[in-house]
Design a protein around this ligand. Structure first.
Ligand code: 5AD
Ligand code: SF4
Length: 470
């Protein structure tokens, strides 16, 4: 296959670094280092993008702060997946006008998926005049260039051209954690599920070179990272745009062969592209955590077809069977949408019966939210809000019962966990994660943070496990 993904030339990345250096020199003249705050909404990809934004801001001489109070620069990295997320952003961005009035030299930037929606950019342009810089996900690597334009007071900057996107390597990154790290392996989405805005705002699927990804993982392991998540909108289509036979299971197996004590996870997998080859790699590589997030969205084949998911209920169940045949104790999580346009009560009940049949460990449940520009937003939707929320409540109740039952089955077992932080409750001063990413509360020496340890599970709730060092 021929490589079709454009890669940003190294000299263009270098130019961005020169802009950073120029700004760093200007900021160095200030009596104290100026402060920058990056606020992140939405998915792990946005978290990873924010780590790049912080890296670039540090390179420009900013110190990163955890609040907008007193910040010289505010960057809001937004999510467009549901209306609720957008309303929160508009509310919070609106409230920033007061801080800016007190500090007119403050620079406010808005980026991420919302920035790429034409109606959002227009609304920001017209009514949110305190926002100085707006740029979409495909333009992230040019942040220093845009920022410099605003900094040198050349007016407001809007960079929201729709483009398919490219691969930008070598940007500075400032990671938030010391144990857990995100590694983007690809960007964009080609699936066009009929409800979803992502393919319109994040461009086409494009894969990073395997050698670059593997080097990044190697470095993370050398730096002591223990829990590494490979990210992509649909990791299972990794490599389709690369030359040769590279695919996701191959990449995963190569990553798992890197020496060191660490676990690998990945997100998200589209069921239509989750193959037995992937399940085989998961089963045979000890460093690949026995967990998969496999969004099913609906348990009814007519609804799945209207969603353009390209699998049937039966095909989904068959994937789960093939997976569990290889890894019986696999932790399985999923996403589901309630109230897709025209979904009837019997069709919703197929979703309920699917979760009873599969028994997911955890489920992310969403009420359908129409997204401007997507095909589903044009579909007739006669079902009332009240009916949708009644169905939603039934689903959440059923899943909470299943999650609790699943957690109860852990009691008495010993789980190898990564002790990953301090808890808020003094009786359980530590938190840990099982290989399957279940949260465990326990008591122990804080010096254990960062180590893998065997933990005996003694109790549970719907949301977490409780244990002691075994
Ligand atoms: N409405 C509700 N939920 C949505 N998702 C994506 N688009 C929408 C929408 N328009 C959900 C899907 C997806 C998850 C990330 O968000 O379940 O898997
Ligand atoms: Fe959206 Fe579907 Fe792509 Fe996931 S696979 S990002 S739900 S279009």
């Amino acid at each position: 296959m021929k490589r079709t993904t454009p890669v940003i030339p190294a000299e263009d990345i270098q130019r961005q670094k020169e802009y950073c250096a120029e700004l760093r020199a200007l900021n160095a003249e200030k009596p104290t280092p100026p402060l920058a705050y990056v606020d992140t909404y939405g998915c792990q990809q946005n978290e990873a993008d924010s780590e790049l934004l912080r890296g670039m801001l540090c390179d420009m001489g900013y110190q990163i702060t955890g609040t907008d109070q007193g910040a010289d620069v505010i960057v809001i990295n937004t999510c467009a997946i549901r209306e609720h997320a957008e309303q929160r952003v508009f509310g919070n961005v609106g409230a920033l006008v007061h801080g800016k009035r007190k500090n007119p030299s403050q620079i406010i930037c808005l980026c991420g998926c919302m920035a790429q929606e034409p109606h959002v950019a227009e609304r920001l342009r017209q009514t949110y005049r305190h926002v100085d810089l707006v740029f979409g996900p495909q333009a992230l690597w040019r942040f220093p260039e845009f920022f410099r334009r605003v900094y040198l007071r050349r007016g407001r900057v809007f960079e929201t051209d729709p483009s398919d996107g490219a691969i930008a390597e070598g940007l500075p990154v400032r990671r938030s954690g010391k144990l857990k790290a995100w590694v983007s392996i690809m960007y964009g989405c080609n699936n066009f599920c009929s409800y979803c805005i992502v393919p319109y705002v994040r461009g086409r699927e494009r894969s990073r070179e395997p050698d670059i990804i593997l080097n990044e993982i190697r470095q993370l392991v050398e730096q002591g990272y223990k829990d590494i998540t490979l990210l992509g909108q649909n990791v299972n289509s990794y490599g389709r745009d690369l030359e040769g036979d590279m695919d996701f299971p191959t990449l995963l197996a190569q990553a798992a062969a890197i020496p060191g004590e660490f676990l690998l996870r990945f997100m998200t997998s589209h069921p239509k592209d989750a193959t037995e080859k992937l399940f085989d790699v998961m089963a045979s590589c000890e460093k690949v955590a026995p967990v998969i997030h496999l969004p099913f969205q609906s348990g009814n084949t007519r609804v799945l077809t209207a969603m353009n998911r390209r699998y049937t209920r039966e095909q989904y169940l068959e994937k789960v069977r093939a997976l569990r045949e290889r890894i019986p104790s696999v932790v399985l999580t999923s996403d589901v949408i309630v109230g897709f346009p025209g979904e009837t009560i019997p069709e919703f009940e197929d979703t309920l019966s699917l979760i009873e049949e599969v028994r997911f460990d955890a489920l992310f449940t969403f009420i359908y939210s129409p997204r401007k520009g997507t095909p589903a937003a044009e579909m007739p939707d006669p079902i009332s809000k009240e009916e949708k929320s009644a169905s939603f409540d039934r689903l959440v109740k059923a899943q909470n019962r299943i999650s609790l039952e699943k957690h109860q089955a852990y009691i008495g077992t010993v789980q190898r966990c990564l002790i990953d932080g301090a808890g808020e409750d003094p009786r359980n001063n530590l938190t840990a994660r099982t290989a399957g990413n279940r949260l465990v509360h326990l008591t122990g020496d804080p010096a254990l943070i960062g180590q893998f340890a065997d933990i005996r599970i003694t109790d549970c709730s719907t949301w977490a496990l409780f244990g002691e060092l075994a």
